[in-house]
Ligand binder design. Structure first.
Ligand code: 3PG
Length: 308
């Protein structure tokens, strides 16, 4: 069996060593394709792959067509909007993610961005503190829960909205559950996004929502760029000259944001929330174990697509 690790953004070496150990202990062969840049190289590498481990790498119908022997794709991470689930089902390929494995890393980076924003991008002027400020967590999944845990250490007042998570679950973590996204944005000085990119959430973070935030508010995005309505956010930030946007996912309109909003906009050059040795080890080794469990025992825990 051939297991291809196809990561345009490579794992830390220590994580790769762990993945290799799992794959080889099962008697399988590991093929590594890193920083491949062009899709043609991915199409070639997957030709005789039985399984693929990816990160944000795009697996679409063309890749699935090329991978004639493919049985399973594991996205080493949480969001699987980069995989065409319907096409995978049609190709009789199982798709899994590794929920929770990289969430602390992403949550820590959200605070890195938050501190940077309230300290005026470290420009030497007096900023503000996070202590005592109201933090809104938009979606209370694995990352949102880690954000809540860390926010307690900062002494923040924590609120969350999640349409799919019961109020009792949110409140059992010492977080105030609000009834709507509108209420969350109207209440909080800082909102941290942790929603997936789906048909419903794409473009949903718009001026009507962010415009409710109080003066001097900060929007933090470690989720996906697609959830932001960039045109409306640009317009809103032109009107609201005190509003800040810090993101780990470079917007399509990065140049416009950077040119217009110097000092209150920042984007990492490459998404790096999950880019820690620990997160790479956790997610990468979980992915390798899930592949072995699937190929040897048919275990489908963490499957995210329908069966054919
Ligand atoms: C995820 O969905 O797990 C995160 O966005 C991390 O993505 P990455 O593996 O591409 O860094």
């Amino acid at each position: 069996m051939k297991i291809v690790v196809a990561t345009d953004k490579p794992f830390a070496k220590v994580a790769l060593d762990g993945i290799r150990k799992e794959i080889e202990a099962a008697g399988y062969e590991l093929v590594l394709l890193e920083k491949y840049g062009e899709k043609a190289r991915l199409l070639e590498a997957v030709q005789d792959a039985d399984a693929i481990i990816i990160r944000s790498d795009v697996i679409d119908a063309e890749v699935l067509d090329a991978a004639k022997q493919l049985k399973i794709v594991v996205r080493a991470g949480a969001g699987y909007d980069n995989v065409d689930l319907e096409a995978a089902t049609a190709h009789n390929v199982c798709v899994m993610n590794t929920p929770g494995q990289n969430s602390n890393a992403v949550a820590e980076l959200a605070f890195g961005l938050m501190v940077m924003a309230v300290r005026n991008m470290y420009n030497g002027t007096s900023g503000t503190e996070l202590k005592g400020k109201k933090l809104g967590i938009h979606a209370f999944g694995n990352v949102g829960r880690n954000v809540a845990r860390i926010a307690k250490g900062f002494g923040m007042d924590i609120y969350a909205f999640d349409a799919f998570c019961p109020k009792e679950v949110i409140e059992s973590e010492g977080v105030t559950a609000v009834a709507s996204a509108e209420e969350l944005y109207a209440t909080c000085d800082v909102v941290s996004l942790h929603i997936p990119a789906t048909a419903e959430t794409k473009n949903s973070i718009n001026a009507a929502l962010v415009g409710r935030m109080p003066k001097g508010a900060v929007l933090v995005n470690t989720a996906r760029k697609e959830v932001i309505n960039e045109t409306e956010l640009i317009q809103l930030m032109e009107e609201r000259t005190e509003l800040k946007y810090v993101t780990d996912i470079m917007p399509a309109a990065n140049e416009t944001f950077a040119a217009k909003f110097a000092g209150r906009y920042f984007s990492t050059p490459k998404k790096m929330g999950a880019q820690t040795a620990e997160a790479n080890i956790n997610a990468g080794i979980a992915a390798a174990k899930q592949i072995v469990g699937f190929l040897k025992d048919g275990c489908e825990r963490f499957r995210v697509n329908k069966k054919a």
